[in-house]
Design a protein around this ligand. Structure first.
Ligand code: RM4
Ligand code: MN
Ligand code: MN
Length: 386
């Protein structure tokens, strides 16, 4: 790919940021409130809009319902649009109520399952009102102890609940099903892996696809291979990008393992799939600021994708066909090692943003301004449960 094509590819890459990444969050142990962190859905959308203004590539924001619930969704949509962004994936929250102690769609009690399906239907209606075509579904369902519930019955409940949700989708909408191998369930999880998610999506139909959260795998999992296979099967709906060292750490994207991020983006480039996949960030910031950390994630995704687009496909295929093991590996590493900063500088110049959006955020005093305006929120308004 020549430089012009790489720039064109980069221009088309859009990244969605999550409303919940702009508020305070913490661990099981403590929430450290950050001065100026967003306290309301309007502030969260405003912060997402600022990230878009500074990066030029984040035109939508994902919402979590009921964390971001409002009375008037048409007005919320206008509010976002006036700030220059749109509302993206709607995430039903199927874990934040006492009723979900034993699960949501897989709960042993049919009444709780009905309530969970009903919540998903409300989210579909919200998506319609705000002009979004994506429902992003993560189930906290699972069990803690062998014998607590019947694994096959739970699987049946899962599928029939999902079928009901699927049947309520509007034409043109899709449901993205996210898997996670453990937590909050410590013995079993009802959608523990990409295979289970893919089986469910296959059963549901073309409006259902798998969502890969990069932090939701056992250590050592080859995430890019999962991405490659899902792409080949037409089942990759989107990503929740973040990074981790141990489990679902939700750290800044590319902060721990930029090479893994490159390998994932290489599969996207290889399949020429950037337009068909939702690139969403799902991270929370416990000890750092929110907005600059989000910008850093966005920049790291762009860096990885720029490098991925630079892979010399011809030399790579030739090496692979000849069985040149080291040769093929070197082609990939060569792209990973290339310095794409000048290229990204040009891209940002073309879209009218600073070469270093994080630096621009810091230099312009946004953090201080927001801290003055908003103060330091009390921890009651924080996402203590994340
Ligand atoms: C889960 C999962 C979901 C996110 C929740 C808050 O671990 O990643 O995508 O919405 O956390
Ligand atoms: Mn996620
Ligand atoms: Mn997660």
């Amino acid at each position: 790919m020549d430089e012009r094509q790489v720039l064109e590819g980069l221009r088309r890459l859009e990244i969605e940021t999550p409303s919940w990444g702009y508020g305070n969050s913490g661990t099981r142990f403590h929430v450290y409130p950050w001065p100026g962190a967003a306290r309301t859905v309007h502030e969260r959308i405003a912060d997402a809009a600022l990230v878009h203004r500074l990066s030029g590539c984040c035109p939508s924001v994902a919402l979590h319902i009921p964390w971001d619930a409002v009375d008037d969704y048409a007005a919320l949509r206008r509010y976002a649009e006036d700030l220059g962004i749109r509302i993206g994936a709607i995430n039903p929250n199927l874990f934040g109520s006492d009723d979900y102690r034993l699960g949501s769609l897989c709960h042993p009690d049919a009444e709780v399952r009905r309530q969970a399906v009903q919540h998903c239907r409300e989210c579909i209606a919200i998506a319609k009102e705000v002009g979004s075509s994506t429902i992003s579904l993560w189930l906290a369902d699972g069990t803690n102890y062998p014998g607590q519930d019947d694994l096959r019955d739970r699987h049946e409940r899962l599928l029939s609940g999902l079928e009901e949700v699927y049947a309520s989708l509007e034409p043109g909408m899709s449901v993205l099903l996210e898997y996670k191998f453990f937590e909050p369930g410590f013995y079993s999880t009802d959608v523990p892996d990409w295979g289970t998610a893919a089986l469910a999506c296959r059963r549901l139909g073309p409006q259902a696809q798998v969502l890969v959260d990069t932090g939701h795998h056992p250590q050592g999992t080859n995430v890019e291979q999962i991405v490659a296979v899902l792409l080949a099967e037409g089942l990759l709906g989107g990503f929740h990008f973040n990074n981790r060292k141990y489990a679902d750490d939700d750290l800044i994207v590319g902060s721990i393992d930029p090479f893994e991020l490159f390998r994932i983006m290489r599969e996207i480039a290889r399949a020429n799939a950037a337009d068909d996949v939702a690139f969403m960030i799902d991270q929370s910031h416990n000890i750092e600021g929110k907005i600059d950390a989000m910008l850093q994630s966005v920049m790291n995704i762009q860096t990885a994708y720029a490098k991925a687009l630079l892979v010399d496909e011809e030399r790579l295929s030739a090496a692979q066909a000849e069985g040149d093991v080291l040769g093929g590996h070197r082609v990939l590493v060569e792209a990973f090692e290339s310095d794409v900063r000048p290229l990204l500088g040009r891209l940002r110049q073309e879209v009218g943003v600073a070469a270093d959006p994080v630096g621009a955020f810091r230099a312009a005093g946004y953090a201080e301004k927001l801290a003055n305006e908003r103060g330091t929120a009390s921890v009651e308004s924080a996402y203590e449960h994340l």
